[in-house]
Design a protein around this ligand. Structure first.
Ligand code: HEC
Ligand code: HEC
Length: 295
């Protein structure tokens, strides 16, 4: 079809000369501002492709003239954060634990570090919230074997209980049954007495007097005349609703005959680099102290 320039009579604009079924196309050029913006975009895109990581090829990609890398930015940020954290952890290490508790900034860092260290190292035995289970004491309640002050907890965690560490907390309830200290009927009597008078379950029976006497002679030195326990020996209160080995008559009798003597590992840094550093131990002690039973 021959093209000839015509003017549209209605709009007064030129047409392109194309015609479809009697409809003619107006010749409307792109607005200049649009065109220049478009060219600018093309130029910017080309410059961007040159400067920044862009075109992939084979196993790699074109890294760009600026060498920009978001991975490097993240690593630098992480390094900066670790350096900042190290400053705080150094401060926690050199500050007595009670004073760490007084300093809001150190306390915040210690609590965060303690939470992580607890989840990694303590949770398997003591439970996610420190709630414990038979044989593994609840760390979130008011009942303590060895003490619930910050320094008590710090010491327990650092050296452990019967852990083999030279400075571990030590005490051993005698194996009244297996070592032959008490006869089976005496164990039953003292067990019934403790179960009734302290655990609060059975009414005093025929064994009561014998059990009471056996208790005074063999047990009161550690567990107290009234079953109140003694932290000097890590001897749990027997007159309590909380029991290390559960509120269970069988377990109680078994403990008297042949005590379990639970072991809590020592977390002091060892020569082979296992264990936790001092600042982390303080942090985890602060975290445990705040679980609910801290004194
Ligand atoms: C392998 C198991 C195990 C792990 C892991 C463990 N504990 Fe213990 N922990 C015990 C046992 C068992 C006892 C009680 C020992 C006993 O019978 O006297 C205990 C006792 C304690 C006590 C004394 C509680 C009291 O009433 O005085 C504290 C505090 C404690 N653990 C904190 C921690 C912290 C903090 C961690 C992690 C850094 C940890 N434990 C990891 C087994 C464990
Ligand atoms: C040398 C101190 C000592 C003497 C003496 C002693 N105990 Fe214990 N007793 C402990 C310690 C320490 C524990 C907890 C340690 C462990 O086995 O994990 C304990 C735990 C117990 C428990 C478990 C408590 C709980 O909360 O689950 C019972 C029950 C108990 N003793 C009863 C007795 C009776 C009864 C006698 C006397 C016949 C006695 N004990 C004598 C130190 C002693």
């Amino acid at each position: 079809m021959p093209t000839k320039i015509e003017k549209d009579t209605l709009s007064g604009r030129e047409t392109t000369g194309h015609e479809w079924d009697g409809l003619k196309e107006l010749n409307t050029p792109l607005p200049k501002w649009w065109l220049y913006t478009f060219f600018a975009c093309v130029v910017i895109a080309l410059v961007y492709v040159l400067l920044y990581p862009s075109i992939p090829y084979g196993p790699g990609y074109f890294h760009g003239l600026l060498g920009a890398s978001s991975r490097a930015t993240v690593s630098a940020d992480v390094r900066a954060m670790e350096a900042q954290r190290a400053v705080y952890m150094d401060k926690i290490k050199s500050t007595p634990i009670e004073q760490v508790k007084q300093d809001p900034q150190l306390l915040a860092v210690a609590t965060a570090a303690g939470r992580i260290a607890f989840a990694t190292n303590c949770q398997p035995c003591h439970g996610a919230g420190g709630e414990g289970r038979p044989g593994y004491p609840n760390l979130a309640d008011d009942t303590w074997l060895w003490g619930g002050k910050l320094t008590d907890i710090q010491q327990t965690v650092t050296y452990g209980i019967r852990s083999g560490n030279d400075k571990a907390r030590l005490s051993a309830m005698p194996a009244f049954g297996t070592a032959g200290v008490l006869k089976p009927e005496q164990i039953e009597a003292v067990g019934d007495y403790v179960w009734g008078a302290f655990y609060g379950h059975a009414a005093p029976g025929a064994n009561f007097a014998a059990g009471k006497a056996a208790y005074a002679e063999n047990c009161a030195a550690c567990h107290g005349d009234n079953g109140e326990g003694n932290r000097q020996f890590g001897a749990p209160p027997l007159k309590s609703a909380v029991h290390l080995y559960g509120d269970n008559h069988e377990m109680e009798l078994a403990q008297i005959a042949n005590p379990r003597l639970g072991v809590m590992p020592s977390w002091e840094k060892r020569a082979n680099n296992t264990g936790l550093d001092e600042a982390t131990i303080k942090s985890v002690a602060i975290y445990v102290h705040a679980l609910g039973g801290g004194e």
